[in-house]
Design a protein around this ligand. Structure first.
Ligand code: NDP
Length: 295
């Protein structure tokens, strides 16, 4: 399997290892993304809700790379769901990024309490795809039942479902559901950030797990590198975040070793089946529907 690049269900090529910028402050984002592009990442994952699309666009322009060499992924926030609102959400994101076309545009969450707005939002993505404004469309944090509702009501199968996956929460049923429909699974918190972020962490972090440390020692690699390799070898895209230059480089230095089947299985066995992030259905307009600024 080629783990550098994954081919999406519409033929578009996605660099499997991307660079995430959730919780990266706008004032840190240009430097972090520039550093990522300098060390070789060619895929950036941002979101309207992160408040740093403008800085991601700025970093890409400053990198001197051709636009076509950088894969840009962003997300529509729930306050912009509905057909017309999501079309406008694209305009806002494209303007902030300074791009005419976005490579992958996804819905950030299912809006379970108002699913008709989720459908409207996805229909806007379908229209943007047909118009060539985006190269691929997808979803995030969709559970199997959310995918069923979406697939029943729309025509383009999502290219990607970006979900919480790390060694402590593998979501094997959801991975199977994605695979059944040809949807690429993309891991957020791929090295388990959500297991140690203040306010979220419940128990020891994945970075301190002894079994992962053993595998890392065997390859003279770090626990983070082992987890990223685990995702890629199992066919998942991963989008680690860092604002620390040494870690940005470390997380991209994963293409010169290979985990054995036994090592992959040992990491699989760490699954605690406990979600660390929010329950997707808990995201409502009332609790989380803050507006995305126009500019
Ligand atoms: P990650 O698993 O990427 O972990 C990031 C944390 O790990 C940061 O605290 C970072 O610190 C630290 N870190 C990074 N590399 C290393 C390393 N090599 N060794 C030790 N520590 C390290 O978690 P995230 O939650 O940030 O997820 C990654 C991306 O996924 C996000 O940036 C975002 O793009 C996406 N995401 C999407 C969500 C969704 O709902 N769709 C939800 C959450 C994330 P530091 O930066 O200080 O170096």
């Amino acid at each position: 399997m080629n783990i550098d690049t994954f081919t999406l269900n519409n033929g578009v090529e996605l660099p499997g290892l991307g660079f995430g910028v959730f919780q990266t402050a706008p004032e840190e984002t240009v430097a972090a993304v520039q550093e990522a592009l300098r060390v070789g990442y060619r895929h950036i994952d941002t979101a309207a809700a992160y408040g740093n699309e403008r800085e991601v666009g700025e970093a890409i322009r400053r990198s001197g790379l051709d636009r076509s060499d950088v894969f840009v992924e962003t997300k529509i926030w729930i306050s912009d769901y509905g057909l017309d609102q999501t079309l406008h959400g694209f305009d806002k994101s494209a303007a902030k990024l300074g791009l005419d076309q976005i490579d992958l545009l996804i819905l950030h969450q299912p809006l379970t309490t108002a699913f008709e707005r989720t459908i409207g939002a996805y229909q806007a993505l379908e229209r943007l795809l047909a118009d060539g404004k985006v190269r691929a469309i997808g979803v995030s944090n969709f559970l199997p039942e959310d995918l069923d509702r979406l697939l029943d009501a729309t025509s383009v199968v999502p290219a990607v479902n970006q979900i919480e996956i790390h060694p402590y929460f593998r979501q094997t049923e959801l991975l199977a559901k994605n695979a059944e429909h040809g949807i690429l699974s993309q891991a957020w918190s791929p090295i388990g950030g959500i297991t140690f972020y203040p306010g979220y962490g419940k128990g020891p972090s994945t970075l301190e797990n002894p079994a992962i440390a053993d595998v890392a020692a065997a390859h003279e690699k770090s626990p983070a590198q082992v987890m990223l390799r685990w995702h890629l070898q199992q066919g998942r895209s991963a989008i680690p975040k860092s604002v620390t230059p040494a870690r940005i480089a470390e997380n991209f230095d994963v293409f010169d070793f290979e985990l054995t089947d036994a090592e992959l299985a040992a990491i699989d066995s760490l699954d605690q089946k406990v979600r660390r992030g929010p329950e997707p259905a808990s995201m409502t307009l009332e609790s989380a529907g803050f507006p995305v600024p126009e500019a």
